[in-house]
Design a protein around this ligand. Sequence first.
Ligand SMILES: Cc1cc2nc3c(=O)[nH]c(=O)nc-3n(C[C@H](O)[C@H](O)[C@H](O)COP(=O)(O)OP(=O)(O)OC[C@H]3O[C@@H](n4cnc5c(N)ncnc54)[C@H](O)[C@@H]3O)c2cc1C
Length: 481
Amino acid sequence: MLRDFQTDKTLGEYDVCVVGGGPAGITLALKLVENGLRVALLEAGGLAYSEASQSLYAVEKQGLDLYAETTRLRYLGGTSNHWSGRCRPFEAADFTTPLPTGLPGWPISFEEFNRTLPAAMKILDLPEIGFSATHADMPGGLFSADRHAQSAPTRFGEKYLAAMKSSPTLHVHVNCNLVDLVFDPGSGAVSHLVVADYGGQRARIKAGRYVLATGAIENARLLLNSASLKSAALPAFRWVGRCLMEHLNVDLGTFMAAEGLQANDLQYFTSQALVTREGVGRGNIAFGKLAEVVSYGRTAAIKTFMKNLACNLGVADKAQFITHFQCPGAGTIGTLLEQFPSAQGSRVELADVRDALGLRKARVIWTLAPEDKQTIRRLSLAVAKNFAEAGLGFVKLHPAMTNEALDLPVSPHAHHMGTTRMASSAEWGVVDENCRMFGVRNLYIAGSSVFPTGGGGNPTMPLIQLALRLSEHMGRLGARM
Ligand SMILES: Cc1cc2nc3c(=O)[nH]c(=O)nc-3n(C[C@H](O)[C@H](O)[C@H](O)COP(=O)(O)OP(=O)(O)OC[C@H]3O[C@@H](n4cnc5c(N)ncnc54)[C@H](O)[C@@H]3O)c2cc1C
């Protein structure tokens, strides 16, 4: 059932109230009703984009720009309304490799995490063939061909709208903004939520359990804005907002492909041997050919550089390599690299300024820790060397890869993770193995904010895996508190 909170303030009592109608919230809500529970799904936006809703995503920024206002979308379907659909699963090593920043990683096993992979793949309309690559591994054993899969891309608001509308036990309230979570220290539980429409009119909603599924920045912002949670001074609360992670999109440089290299889209992934040897994060390094612009612009400059080098250089082996080198393709090298969680580094805090509904805005601080800079520089050198040694072509690295005095050319991927990290105790994180906030009996968190480490793959399929796991857990708990 779909209700517009702007005009219809009817709110029932529910077993579970899920806040946020993106991939995490929609997946969870639909599974919970399958498990026989009465569910409310509160979505801040409507069925389409609106400035009134989107403007509430304005943030204050420090450090590198995360583009947090424009990359997230604040209406039914959430950011899946414009996501690209690339999917890559976590690997066993993501759950066992110690983090160089000294923080603990996943408190659950890879096998446990991956139980829900087949169901997540179905939800995302992934091909049955699974994760594959279109080319061979890079010789040398340090970079394998990256195996990934492409979702349609599934737009959750559109695809699952009919199912949500037709369910009698799921009430979807759109234009319904969560503005406060009210925690009762006596019972150790959230007693109710306060929601508001776009006129600022407020109401209360009650459920046995609550789930925040508003994305990594908002999950943290909403918790930090809750005065009752803050004053309860729960040990887990000091972790809220910390350890924000993104995937590092680094302009590593340019390359010229060797003659006869057929692949149009070369994507490699770091091997565990390389990650261990270099003490770096894992991730994807993609060589994108610029077939149409081989003779002008940036690639023209490299060509000239190489021609001159080949003619003038006194180094026989390099000159030989370059003179044998034709230029059927040239292009740029981009990455999707793991950023490590850092307790004192990237994070979400509250700014002093308030939004139109009275909530303090988020201050998003995105910076590179020394370990991230090490990942970028060491991986760039390793990939350039291996690419050339494998006879695939020639890499010209961005000057910042070898000169530590220069700023690294890093931009984000819109993969926000880690602000309510999962841990085995409140000493190290916000939620437990079942995504329940430590110290609060009935508050759960869904989405990539719970990732204690982000790996080198895309976050949406794993966050769906976790939402499915949470639905199983809540199904076992049933309607009772
Ligand atoms: C351009 C782009 C391309 C991307 N490509 C990929 C990709 O290829 N692969 C990949 O894995 N990921 C990709 N992503 C990331 C992906 O979109 C996110 O991982 C995913 O959408 C997160 O899902 P979510 O449900 O946790 O959060 P969201 O999708 O952000 O949904 C959160 C929901 O909560 C609602 N909400 C917010 N505040 C409130 C409130 N106060 N009260 C009630 N509701 C609220 C919002 O309106 C929204 O509907 C991409 C992102 C972008 C921007």
